[in-house]
Design a protein around this ligand. Structure first.
Ligand SMILES: Nc1ncnc2c1ncn2[C@@H]1O[C@H](COP(=O)(O)OP(=O)(O)OP(=O)(O)O)[C@@H](O)[C@H]1O
Ligand SMILES: [Mg+2]
Length: 368
């Protein structure tokens, strides 16, 4: 019988309750069962997006279940408090990376890159000029647009351009890992970032974390939202040159309006589907680097790929390459990728973004 959502909720609630009271053995068992239930729910999820969200929640629950063993052995009575603090150090739940990619790796999006250079990169590279001309530094940048257009990639490239350390936080991590201690952990995140010479805090899929308050009944949400707003305001006032905040979303209309006020996300940047030159560049990056038959003309493909996202075009290139690869593995000749391989791949991959959704982004861009 398929598992129900209420079964999941019950297991998760029991696990969280046990976790909070320090009964880590029981917590581990319930959380692992809850993760299993969530994996089953993911398998029958009606949309790809929901499936991904379920899967990432399941992973977090599993991690939380695993952490129960450490907590159990670390909880020596006299130092329990200190150990607790250490185990929730930002390093556990935030991915810290130094991305190696730069704007050169990103096809198209010239307007987006220019706006980010002005807002986030030049003030770093030319601090004296920024002061001289009174160019404001700080605040946050929100990237929004359809899925697969390179928002996450851009955030990493900004860190690469200014050689900053990037703190990547996903809302799923925040919501499960931070049970009961969300405020302290958000503070720790900002503190850890401020301690770096240059840092970017990046919250991907930020709509899951900062929804419109009145839509949200979760107590974690109602405490987390004001906390994030306060931290954002705090570093804005102090003009923390070395700390940038970026968020990305493909549901900008789902964000709390308070987060959108000036001083928080003061740059809201629309990351659209690739235009013709960008699609050409995407084909160069992802298709032309592979063995390609002469008959394949990139310029002709550009028109066929109208409405495809960057991620779709990458998928087309990968799919097209798989066809001769598989036949070679099966003992066939080692041939180049043909036009018919590419066409088959285009057919199979298709457009992941619907026209009706595009209109929603345009409307949001006009209104904001
Ligand atoms: N403009 C681009 N240039 C180069 N590669 C791109 C571009 N856009 C998308 N891609 C490719 O597609 C993949 C997915 O892009 P990315 O994850 O950055 O999209 P996203 O906008 O964050 O999507 P989502 O909204 O679903 O999170 C990237 O890893 C990259 O390989
Ligand atoms: Mg993304």
């Amino acid at each position: 019988m398929p598992v129900s959502f209420s079964t999941f909720e019950r297991l998760k609630d029991k696990g969280v309750a046990a976790y909070k009271t320090g009964d880590y053995a029981a917590a581990k068992s319930y959380l692992a069962q809850a993760a299993e239930a969530m994996i089953e729910l993911a398998e029958s999820a009606p949309t790809e997006k929901l499936r991904k969200q379920h899967e990432s929640l399941a992973r977090e629950l599993l991690e939380m279940a695993k952490s129960c063993d450490q907590r159990k052995s670390a909880a020596r009575p006299a130092r329990a408090k200190e150990d607790d603090d250490r185990s929730s150090d930002a390093n556990d739940w935030v991915i810290r990376e130094k991305p190696g990619i730069t704007f050169n790796d990103i096809a198209g999006l010239d307007d987006v890159k220019q706006e980010i250079r002005l807002k986030m990169i030049y003030p770093f590279s030319h601090p004296d000029l920024a002061t001289h001309y009174g160019v404001n530094v700080g605040g946050g940048v929100l990237l929004y647009g359809p899925p697969g257009t390179g928002k996450t990639m851009i955030a990493r490239a900004v860190a690469g351009e200014i050689e900053a350390t990037m703190f990547v936080v996903s809302p799923a991590q925040i919501l499960s890992k931070w049970v009961g201690e969300a405020e302290q952990n958000i503070k720790k995140l900002f503190d850890a970032a401020k301690a770096e010479p240059r840092a970017i805090i990046f919250i991907d899929e930020i709509e899951a974390l900062v929804p419109r308050r009145r839509d949200s009944h979760s107590t974690v949400m109602t405490r987390v939202v004001p906390q994030i707003l306060q931290e954002l305001e705090g570093f804005d006032r102090k003009a923390q040159r070395s700390l940038l905040f970026m968020g990305a979303t493909n549901e900008p209309w789902a964000l709390d309006p308070a987060v959108m006020r000036p001083g928080r996300f003061d740059a809201k940047i629309h990351v659209p589907l690739p235009d013709e030159p960008a699609r050409y560049r995407l084909l160069e990056i992802y298709l032309a680097k592979r063995p390609l038959a002469d008959e394949v003309n990139l310029a002709a493909l550009v028109a066929l790929l109208d409405g495809f996202s960057g991620a779709d075009i990458k998928a087309v290139a990968e799919r097209a390459a798989t066809i001769p690869f598989l036949s070679a593995v099966g003992g066939g000749e080692q041939r180049a990728i043909t036009l018919s391989d590419v066409n088959a791949a285009i057919e199979q991959v298709g457009r992941s973004v619907q026209k009706a959704d595009l209109a929603k982004y345009d409307a949001f861009a006009t209104a904001n």
